[in-house]
Design a protein around this ligand. Structure first.
Ligand SMILES: Nc1nc2c(ncn2[C@@H]2O[C@H](COP(=O)(O)OP(=O)(O)OP(=O)(O)O)[C@@H](O)[C@H]2O)c(=O)[nH]1
Length: 350
């Protein structure tokens, strides 16, 4: 085989090492620099006389005794290419260094293997004792097996860690949604609104767009509680929340601000457009005659809401924005309820 073709020096050294060391071990040839030089040259395929000699020995099943090895070294290496020993040592060191660099990036489980390689590298530099070299090669082989096994385990634990992370992520998403949802009405809660309005104002400051805010309050809600009890009051709250949610677009953000008060953030909506949205919501809720009881025969009467509208201004923060809409709501209540009032005090309907 001619390994010298198409390979870089390091690739070639690695390839030769992978063939030479097991073969030497199989033939019980100690891994000394001299012996390794012989087998390195054999697998490199350039020293044709040496190749012929070894192939002849192999096909005749001749044992590679120390004498046989020594005469191969003297007759085919020392005579033909005495510089080969130095080259082999150099190339082997280059190979070991590149292996060390690769292993350095793996886990600490492989650090023992890296220590063994360093030891092997040092031994090579110091004209080593064959017995020590053989022991080192054996050690490296068995540690390599161990690393392969450890890496298999590592793969498994990485997979299960990955699964745990995915499960944890979905739990986090669920928890986040519970933390941001009003349990009674299933719309966003006050905390979610505060977060949303802050990021909304932040985007507004970066790229000026229209934004409007509705504050919606159920009229005389106390009466529902007083006449029908808190449980019916809760149902009315849930009904109004869903009516608001169903009455706006996907980008609009409906939240229960507290008690019987809701807020709706309308991105890309002018105040005039917001007035129309608010008026539509008010009408839809007012039109419906709610009934309660087992067979839904007990009339609950009409539910009405009052709405305050404000539009976002450059100097606004979340509080000033809300306060202007809430002041408009206060005026709507003062004007007789069941109406929409914008911050410019333009009443649109009763
Ligand atoms: N059932 C129920 N009632 C609530 C809840 N939160 C607040 N309330 C009640 O909502 C009522 C609000 O009453 P008020 O603030 O006087 O307002 P109102 O009766 O709606 O009157 P106006 O807003 O002036 O039209 C109070 O009776 C609160 O107890 C809730 O989660 N469930």
């Amino acid at each position: 085989m001619d390994m010298a073709k198409h390979l870089s020096e390091t690739e070639l050294s690695a390839k030769i090492l992978r063939h030479a060391v097991p073969k030497m071990s199989e033939l019980k040839v100690p891994v000394t620099p001299e012996n390794y030089a012989v087998w390195y040259e054999y697998y490199k395929g350039i020293n044709l006389d040496l190749k012929r000699a070894i192939d002849g020995l192999l096909s005749n099943n001749v044992a590679f005794t120390p004498d046989v090895s020594s005469s191969l070294y003297k007759n085919y290496i020392l005579i033909n290419s005495p510089e080969i020993i130095e080259n082999v040592q150099l190339e082997t060191q280059v190979l070991i260094n590149s292996l060390l660099a690769k292993i350095g990036s793996l886990s600490k489980d492989t650090s023992r293997f890296s220590d063994s390689l360093t030891e092997f590298d040092n031994a090579l530099k110091q004209d080593p004792d064959p017995v020590v070299m053989q022991k080192l090669v054996k050690g490296i082989t068995s540690e390599l097996d161990e690393i392969i096994a450890v890496n298999g385990e590592m793969d498994k634990s990485l997979t299960s860690m990955n699964e745990e992370v995915i499960a944890l992520k979905s739990e986090m998403v669920e928890l986040r949604s519970v933390a941001m949802t009003d349990q009674l009405t299933s719309v966003n809660n006050r905390r979610a609104f505060d977060k949303e309005v802050i990021s909304h104002i932040d985007s507004f400051n970066h790229s000026n767009f229209d934004s409007s805010l509705l504050v919606v309050d159920i009229d005389h809600f106390k009466r529902f509680n007083d006449i029908h009890g808190h449980l019916v009051g809760d149902k009315v709250l849930a009904y109004v929340a869903q009516a608001l949610k169903n009455g706006v677009k996907g980008d609009d953000f409906v939240a229960r601000y507290g008690g019987e008060e809701f807020v709706i953030l309308l991105p890309n909506t002018t105040q005039e457009e917001a007035n129309i949205v608010a008026e539509n919501l008010r009408q839809k809720i007012a039109e419906r005659n709610l009934t309660i009881g087992k067979d839904k025969k007990l009339p609950l009467g009409n539910i009405t809401v009052s709405v305050g509208v404000a539009s976002l201004k450059a100097a606004d923060d979340k509080d000033s924005y809300f306060i202007r809409a809430d002041e408009a709501l206060y005026r709507a209540k003062s004007s007789g309820r069941n109406c929409v009032v914008s911050e410019r005090i333009t009443e649109t309907a009763i």
